[in-house]
Design a protein around this ligand. Sequence first.
Ligand code: FES
Ligand SMILES: [Fe+2]
Length: 382
Amino acid sequence: MFINFWYAAEESKNLTDQPMHVRMLGQDFVLFRGSSGEAHCLSNTCCHRGASLALGKIKGDCVECPYHGWQYDGDGVCQRIPSMGEDANIPKRAKVDAYPTQEKYGFIFAFLGDLPEDQRPPIMEVREWDKEGWRSTLQRFEFNFNYERSLENSVDLAHNEFTHTFQLYTADKSFAMPEFELEEHEDGWEHGFHLTMPGQATGMRKEVGKTKPGPSEIYTGFHGVSSFRTYIHPLPHMQLHQYFYETPIDESHTRLFFLNMRNFMLDEKGDKMVMKQNATVAYEDRDVLERLRPVITPPINIHETFVPADKPIAQYRERMKVFEAKGWRIDSDEVGRSKDKVAYAIPSPARRKSKGWALDSIPLISGDKTRMPKAAELSVVR
Ligand code: FES
Ligand SMILES: [Fe+2]
């Protein structure tokens, strides 16, 4: 799991007048809205005795700890310590990490890391959001798999004929992947590829009925570490643009937000049909992905067997190594070893400016220790 990316923490509509607990990257966070309505995301561990702030209450612009009533504002700075009386001199150390937030596409995104604003990777853009002629549906799932396995699955078109009942492109499972090239988008934050599939996904053919089977156009690509988008055009004028924001709950559990945009069947009735198909596809993937071994992707590819269709998977792993070399990967083994003894916090941007934090910053895999895979380990077997 990586720090320094934006993660979908919750759906905007679900954060109302109570603090909310969210687990991401194996850590605990509290979301709350102050009196201005702005969404805040703080490390959930109170710096006094370590209580869970999410069990507290909202007081004005602050969240109040349920244990001794310390109040933290949206910047994580303690504004009130009741035991010290009014007009107390609040110690500088009385603060918790606060993470930048953005609300868009119906989500509260939190930037879980310490990069300054101008260096942060972008949030994957939903190009059709609020555009006329498009309709959205949102589904969320929580699955017992590692998010990297799921990202790899998203760019793995060779699995469709076998894992899915709706997404078959040939009736006899004879689809062989054509040659394809990966493209770079979004200043290098996204990698994906276009393919013309031999037919329309059977589910689409059945539901839409009248369309003639013919080639369908596909684009799929991963964005950053845990988002991806898939565009499916069964016919040039019928377009499904699917955006997936995956939030690692921890190394073996993933929260998946599936935002589907479509430019056909624009009434409410269409929602039900699209969501039913999407759920079927998600559960079919889940049944395979929850049983992959090892649970976490192997660090190098020699423990698996690669063929040309796996090129995007090799490239995804290569990209993860690049982010690891920046020192952004959480050392989950170390976190696991100190479980119950140490409460950590994901470092927030304020840690670059001030010292004196009660919680240690989460251990990260040192960038210089990252072993970049040798070309031979990443090369695709032909
Ligand atoms: S533990 Fe939060 S105020 Fe004491
Ligand atoms: Fe799938």
